[in-house]
Design a binder for this molecule. Structure first.
Ligand SMILES: [Mg+2]
Length: 269
């Protein structure tokens, strides 16, 4: 897919649309991937430009597999919209709200995590309980491929896991409620809710592909026009490249792009 910095004219044209929305993933997109999720920090430059853009665009949203409150605490920008747990949860007016269909899932997640306790005997495996979803990390394992296989086998034999969608991410496996909510449906909700005419989505992982597809289908079926931008990394899933309109190379490039975008969007036309 074409490198975004060779096609700034297309983005410039898109930016003239209003209301305009910028939706971004967090980990691996505006924050470097860290050994553990707790160590990850949003790049100060990204934060700076997102803050500037949030004053001028109709919508600046962060969407992540993390709980919504964590996303909010990582960015701390007033006026931004925070969507957590792959679209299942939204931070609004000082508290987070779960989508209706997923309300009984915290029980399921608890049951699955309890059954998965034996996996913790593999050195480096971490299970993150995120309320209505969970993530099993194996980045720190000495043999990540073997750990991944053991995790998948354990999940296959687990009855409560049948109610969950098992999604592989970057050195992690996500357990997500089997409801029709994902980063794609959340993106469509934002496009409709904010009556967006133009938009950009930035993401680096398999869960972002749903959002890329949403951006593209909305661009075909409505007044909306948008671009999906994939952030290239060494651990990148193959599908990411084929489904994006443009690519950027890592968080550094996202910093450069947000800088360019805030200068372009904020300059009087
Ligand atoms: Mg990511």
């Amino acid at each position: 897919m074409p490198y975004l910095f060779n096609h700034l004219d297309s983005i410039e044209k898109l930016l003239r649309r209003s209301p305009f929305g910028l939706i971004t993933d967090v980990d691996g997109t505006i924050s470097e991937t860290a050994p553990t999720p707790q160590q990850a920090k949003v790049s100060p430059l990204c934060r700076h430009y997102l803050s500037a853009l949030s004053q001028h665009l109709a919508l600046v949203a962060a969407i992540s597999g993390r709980p919504a409150i964590e996303v909010k605490n990582m960015l701390k920008i007033d006026g931004m919209v925070y969507i957590g747990n792959h679209g299942l949860e939204r931070w609004t007016e000082g508290h987070s709200e779960f989508t209706k269909d997923a309300k009984d899932y915290p029980e399921v997640i608890k049951a699955v995590i309890k059954e998965l306790t034996p996996l913790l005997s593999i050195e480096g495996v971490r299970i993150e309980d995120k309320g209505i979803t969970a993530t099993i990390h194996y980045r720190l394992c000495r043999e990540p491929q073997l750990a991944e296989r053991d995790i998948l086998v354990a999940l296959e034999n687990l009855t409560p896991a049948k109610r969950l969608r098992i999604m592989q991410g970057r050195m992690a496996i996500n357990l997500i409620p089997l409801v029709k909510v994902n980063k794609g449906t959340a993106t469509l909700d934002l496009i409709q809710g904010y009556h967006l005419q133009g938009g950009i989505y930035l993401g680096d992982d398999l869960t972002d592909v749903d959002a890329f597809t949403a951006i593209q289908s909305a661009s075909h079926n409505s007044e909306f026009q948008g671009f999906a931008i994939g952030i290239i990394s060494r651990e990148m899933p193959e599908k990411l490249v084929t489904e994006t309109d443009f690519t950027l190379n890592g968080v550094n490039d996202v910093e450069r792009f947000l800088k360019w975008m805030s200068q372009t969007a904020l300059e009087p036309s």
